[in-house]
Ligand binder design. Sequence first.
Ligand code: COA
Ligand code: AMP
Length: 277
Amino acid sequence: MTSPTFYSIRMRASAGGRHLSGAERLVTADRVARTAQELIERARGRGIDPDQVQVTVDSLRGLLIKNIQALDLTAFTALDMTQCRSASRQVLQAAGISLVAIENAFMLLDRGPAPSGNTMRGAMIMHAETGERLEPDQERGVRVSRFDWSSEAYAAIDRELTRIGLMHFRTREALSLASKVAHSPGVIAELCWSDDSDYSAGYVSSLSTGYVRFPFMKQSGRTSGGRAFFVKGKGFDRDALLSYLQKEPVIVSGIGSCRQNADLSVLLHNKTINRHV
Ligand code: COA
Ligand code: AMP
């Protein structure tokens, strides 16, 4: 039996030339029309009314679709930004990122990592030892695309995230994006917080630590944010990474564990943590 053709459906909404929101799905032919409609409704259902909504549908016929398992999720329960930032630095160190690279990433995400001082349209790629920037275009960055949950995994993760009180669609979408990134050729870990002024949560993720969510990575009301993908310096193949992140379709077809935790030492029990951060 041949497997069905999947389609990549991508929506982006803008107003006055400014990007407002985007979302994407991977679905079979019978669900293309309904999914496109859902994405258009979603674009219109957010704060500012867009004056342009663009939906692109591409057939993925002939392309191999990779199936992966979602990262385990730990929701770190902290009281404030100081606690979250300190804990997130420890998780990055435990994942093998140097202090220099960690501090550079935090400084850039706070300041606005694009050379113009604004947020980027995608993620930075950063050398995990030296903190050097490796993405081809520092205003744009790299945007992860062509990924989705399978229907079964979507239902299961929705149930699990709801159980631990994480109902926001952003967590579900960020977890699938981070799971694709963690399975990339060359990426050791990711650091992210949103540029949305109403959303201060962020995460650190890697294959070794899973996805660790922090509720307060920036002060509420601030519009700075972004993503850093930390890569191994030695033998790093940038073209292979860009092709995987941007073009290769990935379905997250299994979920990991989801739990809340206020004690980092449980999460990092078998890692060496430098506590002088
Ligand atoms: N911020 C700013 N501008 C953006 C943007 C973003 N996040 N995404 C797209 N644009 C604008 C840019 O001008 C871009 O041109 P560029 O390539 O020079 O930067 C242009 O739209 C075309 O982008 P492209 O990625 O080619 O469009 P697309 O229609 O194929 O896909 C998205 C658009 C938004 C669906 C896709 O890029 C994406 O981000 N997918 C992941 C969505 C998601 O699940 N995010 C979860 C985050 S928690
Ligand atoms: P968001 O999680 O949508 O608030 O996005 C936070 C930041 O991540 C943005 O400011 C961009 O720098 C970056 N970003 C947005 N979309 C993507 C993507 N598809 N892949 C990688 N980085 C992205």
